[in-house]
Design a protein around this ligand. Sequence first.
Ligand SMILES: [Zn+2]
Length: 512
Amino acid sequence: MEPTVHLEAFAIHLVTSNDSPEFTHLNYALTHSSIIGLDAEWKPNRHAPTLPTVSLLQIACRLADSHESPVFLLDLQAIPLPSVYELLREVFLSPDVIKLGFRFKQDLVYLSSTFCEHGCSPGFDSVEPFIDITAIYNYLQPKQAGRRTLKQTKSLATVCKEVLGILLSKELQCSDWSQRPLTEEQKTYAAADAHCLVEIFDVFHAKVVKEGKNSRNKHWPPDFGPGLKQIFEVSNGCNMITRTTFCEASNMIRVTMPELHSSTDTEEVDSIKSDTTTKQVDNSLLWIIRKYGDKIVLKDADGKLKISKKKAKKSSAGSECKQKTHEIVEEWQGPPPWDPSVGGDGCPKFLCDVMVEGLAKHLRCVGIDAAIPYSKKPESRDLIDQAQKEKRVLLTRDAKLLRHEYLIKNQIYRIKNLLKNEQLHEVIETFQLKISEDQLMSRCTKCNGKFIQKPLTTEEAVEAAKGFQVIPNCLFDKNIEFWQCMDCRQLYWEGTQYHNAVQKFIDVCKLN
Ligand SMILES: [Zn+2]
């Protein structure tokens, strides 16, 4: 048995009603914290297509005016959801509160649908500024000499063990979170998952401050004067692959300020708690938000609006791990039309139904040929015809389409996952796609076209862009390479967003 090392003691408050002292405490904590950790627990719902109902929301707060870090367990089965909806929405969107989570997007999808079902429309569609623990973990890794350091996807337990030296028990992950009362072990487990997020953030925060100081940067401590507004404005023109304004602005900051990176020492950590209230740390949090702040935005394709009209019967069967909520109903049989055994050329080709259009973009990003339907509202028949004609596998979330399988054998696959990254992973696994690093960003995300082989110089790009695309002035003196789509002529260029995107797909595709 593994020894369990405990996190530093922290208070746990179970909030079950909106007229309790715990609720007042929660209100206070949420308005006096700059950093909160979020996690949720739910009971999987076996009856597709409804989403699981979240039964517990854990909020770990780092109070700015004391050294306390209480964790609140919001019992969503007991508390009337409309009574906490506004409060949570405000926190999720507050620019002054850094929200931390570990792969929180799925939690948010379920949380949003749970609130929607209780009349709190439109649920929660975004959380910002948000920082994922995986991003923090990657930052804390020693920097390697190479240009691109490979980042890895690790479990929260592993991250905790490596960063904090703490073993998180995972035994209760699969316990029944809808049973009441919750056991003490469940409460401790649930609270620890949220609490460790703020502890990990502390380590990260300390490192950022330390590196800022070490860099002997005359701009440190960072002071965000009127210049930032300009930076935001300029950066808005520099879009390439979708990223947030925060990150774009941070790229610009990186250009305008001397590098902060210095030593790679992850061991030594200054105590951050001791000077939480000083101006310098406030500024360092601002710096962190601007440099590392991301956001989660839910779109319809993420299942946000997939709320069942007929409420699903509560599953009476035992519990499943929250990782395994999507049951495999229809297995892929194969072989796909591109398989050499059926006379194909070995090049995978897909047709993404409108419900998985986001997946089409993701597939293009990793170099896979992914078409979309000719018309905006195609009939089933149109989809079948197109797939057949172009020898593509039709990817859809619509189970009804599978009824047409007899028309095009081995050319329809129903996607099980709701989130784009997971869908991409699902397709790669199901069809055993080989993705190599040089395939990344080799295709136009807009139209599926291939890029012209040779990169363009800035001058050529300016010429090519005339009349239909604006190239931001800020790129001119940077000696950047451009690519042009052979089909739609769209220009792309290498920027930090590009590297972020490449890195993301390296992670998703688990390239090594
Ligand atoms: Zn194109």
